[in-house]
Design a protein around this ligand. Structure first.
Ligand SMILES: *Cc1c(COP(=O)(O)O)cnc(C)c1O
Length: 396
C-alpha cells in the first residue's frame, strides 16, 4: 500500500541531498572537530561551513548560531538561560498556544518562583497584542517567548512587532521558529529577536539536531556545561554528521523556498477548497490570511478526530489530530481550547501538513476518500444530530 504523508509538521523525511552530504562523516571523516591534528581540523572546517549555511537562511552571522540536539533543547536553553542571566528579573511572558517544549520549561520555572504570563489568542489564533502591552508594563520580566508560526494551525505571529515591544520594555526576546524556518523567509537583520530556535527534522534534516540563534551581545547562560564547544555556549562533542545535514538542509530550503512556497500552498489550498465543498459542517481553524503555506487545520463537527485519523490510516494517509489523546480521555488540544474552538468541532480537528515531496495526486487521493469517511462516521455518531451536545469531560 502506498503512503500519503501529510504530517510534515510532526516530522519530515531526510532529503536525499542531505543524506548524501552526511554519509562521509560516518565513514572517512570521523575526526573530532576539537582536535589539534588536521584530521580533526578538516571536520571543524566543515562544521563551520554548516554554521554559515544555517546563518545564511536566517540572514544572521555564523558566530550567532549554536548547534543543539533538537528544537526542544534550543527552547529550553533560550528561556532558562535568559532568566538565569537576567540578574533577578524573573518574569516570563509567553502564549497559551506554544509548543510543549516552551510551555514545559516556562511552567517548570514558574514552579521555581518565576512569574509566568501566558498570553491569550483570539478565535483565529491571533495573539492578543493588548494583553502583551499590559504584561510588559510590569518591569520584572526577563524574557518574552512567542512562537513564529503555530505547529497545529500554521498561524503566523507578528514577530517583528512583538520583538520591538519586548525590546522597548527591556526584555530578551526569544521565538520558537521551528515551524517557520525553511517555510517562510526569515531575515534577522530586520526582525529584532535576540534568540530563535530551529529543528533539523522539521526541514528535511534528521531528528536529533537543532540550532539556537543567539544575537551578539545577548546574555544567556548555558544549559549544558563541560567542554568549550560552541564558544562555551553548549558543551559536548559536536554531532558532526547531523550538523552537516542541517547545514545542507538549510541551503536547500534557501534555494527552493520561493518556488516551493507557491507550489505547496496551491496544493494545500486545493485540498482546503475540496474539503469545504464536499464535507458539510467542516470549518478551517486559524487565520487563513496569515498562515504557513503548508498547513491546513480543519474541523469536522460531531466527529472524533481520532476516528477520522484511523480510517485515513487504513488508506495509507498520514495526518494528525489537533487533539492529544492522553490515557483514554480525549481532551481537545491546548491550542484549540485557547482559540475557543467549540467542543463539538475541536474534537474533530485534523491537521494536514505538506512538504516539497507531496504531489497533486496526494490531494486527489484524500479528496476521493475523505468525504465518504466523514459521512460514514456521522452516520455512526450518536451526537451527529444537530443540537445534541456531546457530553463534556473525558470519554473513551
Ligand atoms: C517540533 C517542534 C518543536 C520541538 O522540536 P524537536 O526537535 O522535536 O525537539 C518545538 N517547537 C515547535 C513549534 C515544533 O513544531
Amino acid at each position: 500500500m502506498k503512503t500519503i504523508y501529510l504530517d510534515n509538521n510532526a516530522t519530515t523525511c531526510v532529503a536525499p541531498e542531505v543524506l548524501d552530504a552526511m554519509m562521509p562523516y560516518f565513514t572517512e571523516k570521523w575526526g573530532n572537530p576539537s582536535s589539534i591534528h588536521s584530521f580533526g581540523g578538516r571536520v571543524k572546517r566543515d562544521v563551520e561551513r554548516a554554521r554559515e549555511q544555517v546563518a545564511a537562511l536566517l540572514n544572521a552571522e555564523p558566530s550567532e548560531i549554536v548547534f543543539t540536539s533538537c528544537g526542544s533543547e534550543s527552547d529550553n536553553m533560550a528561556i532558562r538561560g535568559a532568566v538565569e542571566a537576567a540578574n533577578g528579573k524573573i518574569g516570563i511572558i509567553t502564549t497559551r498556544v506554544e509548543h510543549p517544549a516552551v510551555l514545559g520549561i516556562c511552567r517548570y520555572l514558574g514552579s521555581r518562583g518565576c512569574r509566568v504570563t501566558e498570553l491569550p489568542v483570539d478565535s483565529l489564533g491571533r495573539l492578543d497584542m493588548a494583553a502583551l502591552d499590559q504584561a510588559l508594563t510590569d518591569g520584572g520580566r526577563a524574557v518574552v517567548s512567542t512562537m513564529w508560526a503555530n505547529n497545529e494551525t500554521g498561524v503566523i505571529f507578528p514577530i517583528a512587532k512583538i520583538a520591538e515591544k519586548a525590546k522597548a520594555a527591556g526584555c530578551v526576546m526569544h521565538t520558537d521558529a521551528v515551524q517557520a524556518v525553511g517555510k517562510i523567509p526569515i531575515d534577522l537583520r530586520k526582525v529584532p529577536v535576540d534568540m530563535l530556535s530551529l529543528s533539523g527534522h522539521k526541514l528535511h534534516a534528521p531528528k536529533g539536531v537543532g540550532a539556537l540563534f543567539v544575537r551578539r551581545g545577548t546574555r544567556v547562560n548555558p544549559l549544558i556545561f563541560g567542554g568549550h564547544q560552541e564558544g562555551g555556549r553548549r558543551a559536548g562533542t559536536e554531532n558532526v554528521p547531523y550538523i552537516i545535514g542541517l547545514g545542507r538542509a538549510c541551503e536547500l530550503a534557501m534555494k527552493n523556498m520561493q518556488e516551493e512556497r507557491t507550489r505547496v500552498a496551491a496544493m494545500r489550498d486545493r485540498l482546503e477548497k475540496g474539503i469545504l465543498e464536499t464535507c458539510p459542517d467542516a470549518r478551517v481553524n486559524g487565520d487563513r490570511d496569515n498562515r504557513l503555506p503548508n498547513t491546513l487545520n480543519v474541523s469536522f463537527e460531531y466527529v472524533e478526530g481520532e476516528a477520522i485519523l484511523l480510517m485515513l490510516n487504513d488508506l495509507g494517509i498520514c495526518a494528525s489530530s489537533g487533539s492529544a489523546c492522553t490515557s483514554g480521555s480525549l481532551e481537545p488540544s491546548h491550542v484549540m481550547r485557547a482559540m475557543g474552538v467549540p467542543f463539538t468541532a475541536a474534537h474533530g480537528s485534523i491537521r494536514f501538513s505538506f512538504s516539497r515531496y507531496n504531489t497533486e495526486e496526494d490531494v486527489d487521493y484524500v479528496l476521493q476518500n475523505l468525504p465518504g469517511i466523514i459521512r460514514k462516521l456521522r452516520e455512526l455518531s450518536p451526537f451527529a444530530a444537530k443540537g445534541n451536545a456531546m457530553p463534556a469531560g473525558g470519554r473513551k
